[in-house]
Design a protein around this ligand. Structure first.
Ligand SMILES: Nc1ncnc2c1ncn2[C@@H]1O[C@@H]2COP(=O)(O)O[C@H]2[C@H]1O
Length: 221
């Protein structure tokens, strides 16, 4: 059976669609789907009576696929961390994927701290969890010095976990720089991302264990 020249477009389009359904990467699937639709459109346009409905639907599918392709490229962009983020990442967050880590830091706010800046007030609940990347944080209770937290250690996390007011004051013993996350926003954010939540909780457990046993990254008296 001879193949009409215009029918070649339909065959080519369906072969492209076949390839689209065979690939495993969603990005390639969408590119082949776009190619299939664009190959098919001239077939409908070149009929004696132009077949507008399939042309219109092919355009709709192509637009959706192109928008999704754009989104996938944005998601797959290499992650670039700022100086602060790189420093924090190196301070013990390297078990978290850089892209997840970036979304976590974007939720927080970076601040410079003068010496004496208070992060926790005895008797008040911790509303924020903080981590210094520079400077040390001294803890005290009733004037008694309880030790210092080093850069990379969480400040306020045990209070957040047990839901009780802080028994200690925590203040920067030196000038420093730190990131802070409001507890409420952090909870909502992590509840929607179970994998990242598990990774963050693993990090929290390690942090608490180090504080408990006073390892080199733990509380220094
Ligand atoms: N009674 C205490 N004695 C010594 N350190 C404490 C005491 N209570 C709390 N801390 C420390 O103070 C820190 C405040 O931040 P975290 O809750 O992350 O972890 C807390 C502990 O490391």
């Amino acid at each position: 059976m001879p193949i009409a020249p215009l029918d070649i477009l339909v065959h080519a389009s369906n072969i492209l669609l076949l390839v689209a359904y065979s690939v495993r990467d969603i990005l390639w699937l969408r590119w082949f789907a776009v190619a299939a639709a664009l190959t098919n459109i001239p077939f409908f346009l070149l009929q004696e009576t132009v077949l507008w409905p399939p042309v219109m639907w092919a355009c709709v599918f192509t637009a959706i696929n192109l928008a999704q392709i754009w989104r996938i490229y944005l998601q797959r962009r290499p992650v670039r961390l700022t100086g602060d983020e790189q420093r924090l990442y190196a301070l013990g967050f390297d078990s978290i994927r850089p892209r997840d880590f970036l979304s976590l830091t974007m939720l927080g706010a970076w601040e410079d701290a003068p010496e004496g800046k208070r992060l926790l007030e005895a008797g008040k609940p911790a509303e924020e969890v903080c981590i210094a990347i520079d400077g040390t944080v001294a803890m005290s209770r009733g004037g008694e010095n309880l030790g210092v937290l080093m850069p990379g250690q969480l400040v306020g996390v045990t209070m957040v976990l047990i839901g009780e007011p802080s028994p200690v004051d925590a203040r920067f013993a030196t000038r420093g720089r730190y990131i802070r996350w409001p507890v409420g926003r952090l909870r909502v954010f992590l509840d929607a991302r179970p994998e990242l939540r598990a990774a963050v909780l693993a990090h929290v457990k390690q942090d608490i264990a180090r504080k408990l046993y006073g390892t080199k990254a733990g509380v220094a008296a």
